[in-house]
Design a binder for this molecule. Structure first.
Ligand code: AHG
Ligand code: MN
Ligand code: MN
Length: 307
């Protein structure tokens, strides 16, 4: 197959040179992270991140790779990382983008050798505070699995998947990914919430009774990538007694995926029914509940939980 390389594809889509360049640097960091993963280095680092989660050496390394790469791009004014307490500021950069990223999503799956990923949200400007998913220029995520893929959502220009080949190029594998309104797949995160939210248990029981197909790995990236690959699905992460806003973070995880899924024709709501894209980022590490995927399924789940 003679597939298009990512740079050529983005040029054809009339993506601005600056966003193209930023995505080039993101793609480079994904290659380096993939290389580090294959080299081993899976132990814990002995430190904790802002959310109190213990960090793997790989969490720290992936964060450093992305941070160095994006600083060197000279395109970024603010970097927000899930693994850093504070924002990094680069006031002298020539173009002004804000990038929020989760360097390694699914760290707890590393020892089990399951697929993991990286997530990126890109905004124009010089401030993260107050930004919403709707303001994004682009979002992307990488999957480090048996194959390495990079999926990119461009504002009003669709969602496209590229695969890393042996000579280090990302080649187009799927163009204009779409997600159907209905789904037979379900990915019910945080089932601990059933304790305080009996309607959640009922919802999951209904899906089981309807003989729907469970697809849940415990990694947001591979779980959502499954849905985009099959063109349907619903992923839930509601709040529980201990974490009323759930676990997943708005800037690093939920807003970028809400942008990706909305560009693909899907939907992302929080537990109250607010569109995730409309939630302003007040604080980099802020959490939100999330219901994301096929539009009808997401609306049904959120309405069902309100009962
Ligand atoms: P991270 O590894 O970046 O901290 O994120 C892990 C997240 C996400 O990938 C997944 O959907 C969720 O944690 C699962 O959480 P629990 O199994 O702890 O409920
Ligand atoms: Mn994560
Ligand atoms: Mn992470």
């Amino acid at each position: 197959m003679n597939s298009q390389a990512i740079n050529h594809f983005l040029r054809q889509k009339n993506v601005s040179p600056e966003v193209r360049s930023l995505l080039y640097h993101i793609a480079r960091s994904v290659k380096y992270i993939n290389f580090s993963l294959r080299a081993g280095n899976t132990g814990i680092s002995g430190t904790q991140n802002f959310s109190g989660e213990s960090q793997l050496k790989l969490d720290v390394l992936a964060d450093q790779i992305i941070s160095h790469e994006l600083e060197n791009s000279d395109l970024v004014s603010i970097l927000a990382s899930e693994e850093k307490d504070m924002l990094e500021e680069f006031p002298s950069s020539r173009a002004k983008f804000v990038v929020a990223y989760d360097p390694l999503d699914g760290s707890s799956l590393v020892d089990a050798n399951l697929a993991i990923g990286s997530i990126f949200g890109i905004w124009s400007g010089e401030k993260l505070e107050g930004k919403k998913g709707t303001d994004m220029e682009a979002a992307a995520y990488a999957v480090y699995g048996p194959r390495v893929t990079l999926t990119v959502a461009l504002r009003d220009r669709g969602v496209h998947e590229f695969e890393l080949n042996d000579v280090g190029e990302f080649l187009l594998t799927r163009e204009n990914i779409r997600i159907e309104k209905k789904s037979k797949y379900f990915a019910p995160g945080n089932l601990r919430a059933c304790e305080v939210l009996p309607a959640y248990k009922k919802l999951v029981d209904t899906w089981v009774a309807e003989k729907r197909t469970l697809r849940y790995s415990g990694g947001m990236v591979p779980d959502l990538h499954h849905m985009l690959s099959k063109g349907q699905g619903i992923f839930c992460y509601p709040g529980c007694a201990k974490h009323p806003d759930g676990k997943l973070r708005l800037a690093f995880e939920c807003a970028p995926f809400a942008f990706l899924f909305t560009e693909a024709g899907g939907l992302a709501l929080d537990q109250k029914g607010t569109n995730i894209l409309k939630l302003p980022i007040k604080e980099p590490h802020q959490r939100t509940t999330i219901f994301i995927g096929s539009e009808d399924e997401v609306k049904h789940a959120v309405n069902f939980l309100k009962k």
